[in-house]
Design a protein around this ligand. Structure first.
Ligand code: PMP
Length: 394
């Protein structure tokens, strides 16, 4: 908005004051938007993207599929994206069919639609923090109370503790992130099952957010196996990570057909564009090539864990494409030092910890070299100050 268009009463006011003068919902006042820094750096390892570019033959297939629908863009797309649901069901397996599948613009929209359908004023959503930073924001956007459930000191979550917290809070929705962002580790089946059973009485919908499932050390241990006979269980997935399509915005879930019927009540008509549907179909049909990079990313991730351990830091075991680590680091200083070396990673606001996305081999090397150099500088500085303080040297 230009200053000419500002109303006389807000002229000269700061942007925040102008925002406060609007009839913004009371529950949104003072809130901050999602804010992963978008800094232009040579090596961005801060938002858990797949840093491997889409292979050329998959790019060609996407362009061909999209160009097939361009001529029909005067019409609305298939509102039910039936072909895409069919092929997503086939990709997931586990006896699922198109009626079990729903898709949206990224799994963020999937989660938002689930919150719109099952959350809302007077209702609660429970997640076990630290977890994905969008959960409280999606709760705020849908006016659902966010309950920050607790984990053990080492960030693990036991079946007993999770179930007890569900029984205590009786939420409408539980969000289980597995593998968990930012800590990286997947949940065992018994946690999902215990949470599901604990939610029986409160009729709680249990969403397992498996955005990073394909990177798991045990990809077969997915909550998709638990869907049969559990009508309140939802497994959310995305093409943003393993499929390297974060820019295309395609997320989806698998659940009982009536869960899809519930989100049909809140979705916008034609929310999934013809271009998006075509892109997703082409990517799915070329998944063997696309998913080939997952093996390399897992290798880089394991290399980060091994090397950080060798540097006597404390990385968490990871089932995702990122590594959460601590171990006596001064997180803001290391973060800044890496940025000065052109490597952007994520300070998730947990004291003494940082999170780094596994990149290509070169990117990962740049990160590891940066950490090593930082630690060497730090020990040299400590040695110098010891020498200075030694009375023999005064
Ligand atoms: N869930 C988790 C745990 C995530 O980390 C992310 C992305 N960072 C998402 C969901 C959303 O991803 P998208 O909307 O791109 O599918």
């Amino acid at each position: 908005m230009t200053s000419q268009s500002a109303t006389p009463s807000t002229e000269g006011a700061s942007r925040a004051e102008r925002l406060a003068s609007l009839p913004l919902r009371h529950d949104l006042r003072g809130k901050s938007p999602y804010g992963a820094p978008q800094i232009d750096v040579p090596i961005a390892l801060n938002t858990n993207e797949n840093t491997h570019p889409v292979p050329q033959d998959v790019q060609d297939a996407i362009v061909a599929e999209v160009s097939r629908v361009v001529g029909t863009l005067n019409r609305y797309p298939d509102r039910e994206f039936t072909q895409l649901r069919r092929e997503l069901a086939e990709y997931l397996g586990h006896g699922l069919d198109q009626d079990n599948i729903w898709a949206a613009n990224g799994s963020n929209e999937i989660l938002q639609q689930l919150m719109q359908a099952f959350g809302g004023p007077g209702r609660r959503v429970l997640a076990f923090v630290p977890s994905y930073s969008m959960y409280p924001l999606l709760s705020a956007g849908t006016n659902t109370e966010f309950i920050p459930g607790v984990r053990a000191e080492d960030f693990t979550l036991s079946a007993e503790s999770a179930a007890a917290q569900v029984r205590e809070h009786r939420p409408s929705i539980v969000l289980l992130c597995s593998p968990n962002n930012p800590t990286g580790t997947a949940l065992e089946d018994d946690v999902v099952d215990a949470v599901y059973r604990a939610g029986e009485e409160s009729n709680t919908v249990v969403v397992v957010d498996e955005a990073y499932a394909e990177f798991s050390r045990f990809p077969e241990r997915t909550a998709l196996r638990l869907l049969e006979g559990r009508p309140r269980l939802v497994v959310s997935r995305t093409m943003s990570k393993a499929f390297a399509l974060a820019g295309a915005r395609i997320g989806y879930f698998a659940a009982a057909p009536e869960i899809a019927d519930a989100v049909r009540l809140v979705r916008l008509p034609y929310h999934l564009s013809a271009v998006t549907q075509a892109t997703a179909l082409a990517a799915l049909r070329h998944r063997t090539t696309l998913l080939a990079d997952v093996a390399d990313i897992r290798m880089q991730r394991d290399r980060i864990v091994d090397d950080l351990k060798r540097m006597e830091l404390d990385p968490a075991e990871s089932d995702s494409n990122f590594v959460f680590f601590g171990g006596g680091i001064d997180a803001p200083t290391l973060w800044q030092d890496l940025l000065d070396r052109g490597v952007l990673i994520r300070d998730v606001g947990i004291p003494g910890h940082l999170r780094v996305t596994a990149g290509t081999e070169e990117e990962t090397t740049a990160f590891l070299d940066g950490v090593r150099a930082h630690l060497e500088d730090r020990s040299a500085a400590a040695r110098d100050s010891e020498t200075e303080q030694d009375p023999a040297n005064r």
